[in-house]
Structures are given as C-alpha cells and as structure tokens.
Design a protein around this ligand. Structure first.
Ligand SMILES: Cc1cc2nc3c(=O)[nH]c(=O)nc-3n(C[C@H](O)[C@H](O)[C@H](O)COP(=O)(O)OP(=O)(O)OC[C@H]3O[C@@H](n4cnc5c(N)ncnc54)[C@H](O)[C@@H]3O)c2cc1C
Length: 288
C-alpha cells in the first residue's frame, strides 16, 4: 500500500531534531531504521505530517563499554550489536536476545532507539532492558532525562516519551564476571516475533541462586519482570525442583490475552517452559 504523504527533514544535530518535533506538537515523528514505522504508515496506523530522520546523528551510533557498564546509542543497529565482539563478553544476554530479532535485512536497519520507542510487547530489547534494570535516556526540547526501563513502557506501543523527545541512549550496568544467563524464545518461524520468551540472570555461589532476575516477553502488554518466580529461587540450592517451582510460578504470574497468533492459555504454559529452559541453560553454563 502507498504511504500517506508527509514532509521530510533530516537534521544534523539532536537539538535541531527535537526543535522540529516540538514545533510540530505531536504531528511529527522521528524515523530511524523505518522497520516498524514504515509498515505503520502503510497500514495507516500512523499518519505524521513530518518525518524527522535521525540518520545524520552520528553521535547516536556509539557503543561504549567501560567498567561502569555499557551504553548503546539510539541509532545503533542490531547488526552493530551482533558484529561487536566486545559485547559478547560485556553483555552476553543482550547479544543472545538480539540474535533472535527478525531477519538479516531488518537487522541491518532496525535500531535500539526505534525498538524502545516502538514498545512492541514481543520485542527482545525492551525485555532485556526491563530484566536488567537498564536506564533509557530521552532528550527533549527542554532538557534530557533518565527513565528506568521498568517505568518507560506504558503498554503495547506506548511509552512515557513526550512528542518532542527522542531516545538518545540506553545504559546497562556492568556485567559481573560470575553472572549466569539464559535466553529462550519460541516463535513460529526463526525471526518472527516471540510467542513467548524468557530472559534470566543470576549468580550461583556455593550452588545457591543469588540476585535472580527473570523477565518475560510476549505474555503481557509490555515486557515484565516475574518477581514471584525470582522469589522462589532467591537464596535456594540449585536443584531441579527449585527450577520447576520457579517455572510454575512464572506461568501462574502471567495472564496473557488471546490473539490471532496464540491463545492466552498456550502462552501461559509456554512462558513456564521458556523460563525452565533458560534457567537450565544458565545453570549449565561454564563460567571462566
Ligand atoms: C518482518 C519484521 C520482523 C521483525 N521482527 C522483530 C523481532 O523479532 N523482534 C524485534 O524486536 N523487532 C522485530 N522487528 C522490528 C524491528 O526490530 C524494528 O527495527 C524496530 O522495532 C524499530 O526500529 P527502527 O529503527 O526500524 O524504528 P522505526 O521504524 O524508524 O521507528 C519505530 C518507532 O520508533 C520511533 N523512533 C525511532 N527512533 C526513535 C528515537 N531515537 N527516539 C524516539 N522515537 C524513535 C518512530 O517515530 C516510530 O514510532 C521486525 C520488523 C519486521 C518488519
């Protein structure tokens, strides 16, 4: 389908980009990789009068890794993450999740900022951001602000972003060497959005679960933490029984809706299976 007509701007600075958004009072939208926005335009789910292209903002393309953590600029693409060997050590869970995103062509264009702002409940990056308690930086015409990922997503395709704000970066805390992780996703075909996915991290000193984080993707109107499933494990011996109980708690804590892809009951069962498999992967991982 043809796109609706719109004006186009390609600013060279962040200040210029947010000024354009502010001047159009909610009628303008940023465009990054276009992998979600262009289909939205084609289906008339969005009809901005102006597209503000972020592609010239090279300062948003940085991947920075320090002792404090990792910062991904909003215009970092999936492909940039997968091709940066440092990230496999610096945040292996992030890389494991990004490997499930879409197909080659889409990974060449889709961006970190676009995924966060689009806020698809089945998207991987919002799930990792919520599970790992990342911070998202938004820059508006008045000032910039830092929003915890857990507060950033408001529902399906909804965030706390104001019309004149762009996401500039996401910050993850440093990954402790002893941290274990697992990421399991089930989709109908490789590259499709998840029917359900689980992200887990914890440490395992003296065969006990510590600092457990369990996140779920695709089973609610946004990515969620499964606190009840985390509590089942915290401080407990690493055993099959503990893992199975945590998986059961994960399933019990979710109430997914039916949709054209799967029934809610199916996703509810599936998330328990994903959590159990992700926990087993993490327990079995060799830490060097
Ligand atoms: C066939 C197909 C399969 C896909 N499968 C997956 C998948 O499995 N997992 C997954 O996570 N994604 C998937 N995607 C989506 C893909 O990852 C997108 O790239 C991503 O969701 C949006 O990134 P983008 O850079 O293309 O954003 P765009 O499409 O350019 O923008 C998306 C939205 O974000 C806004 N926006 C963009 N950048 C910013 C910014 N910096 N600040 C504020 N607002 C901004 C836009 O205004 C728009 O509302 C798929 C897409 C397609 C077409």
């Amino acid at each position: 389908m043809k796109l609706p007509s719109f004006d186009y701007a390609c600013p060279a600075t962040i200040a210029e980009a947010v000024a354009l958004l502010a001047a159009h009072r909610g009628e303008a939208k940023p465009i990054a990789g276009g992998q979600s926005l262009v289909p939205m335009l084609a289906f008339r789910l969005a009809a901005p009068t102006l597209l503000v292209d972020l592609r010239k903002l090279s300062e948003l393309r940085q991947i920075t890794i320090t002792d404090a953590g990792i910062t991904l600029g909003a215009m970092v693409r999936w492909r940039d993450i997968l091709q940066d060997p440092r990230l496999r050590q610096a945040h292996p869970l992030l890389v494991a999740a990004v490997e499930h995103i879409a197909h080659y062509q889409i990974r060449n264009r889709g961006t970190v900022g676009g995924s966060l702002a689009h806020a698809d409940p089945a998207a991987e990056l919002p799930g990792i951001a919520v599970t790992c308690e990342a911070d998202i930086v938004a820059h508006g015409s008045a000032k910039s602000r830092v929003v915890a990922a857990g507060d950033f997503f408001r529902g399906a395709l909804m965030t706390v972003l104001r019309p004149d704000e762009i996401v500039t970066e996401i910050r993850f805390r440093a990954w402790p060497r002893q941290r274990r992780y697992g990421f399991r996703e089930f989709a109908r075909r490789r590259g499709d959005f998840a029917l359900a996915a689980a992200a887990v991290t914890f440490e395992q000193p003296e065969q006990k679960f510590r600092n457990v984080r369990i996140g779920a993707i695709g089973v609610a109107d946004r990515a969620i933490r499964l606190a009840a499933a985390e509590r089942v494990l915290e401080g407990r011996e690493v055993t099959d029984v503990a893992i199975a109980e945590s998986a059961a708690a994960a399933s019990a804590a979710t109430d997914p809706a039916d949709d054209i892809h799967a029934s809610g009951a199916y996703r509810k069962t599936l998330i328990g299976v994903m959590v159990e498999r992700a926990l087993r992967d993490a327990v079995g991982r060799t830490i060097v």
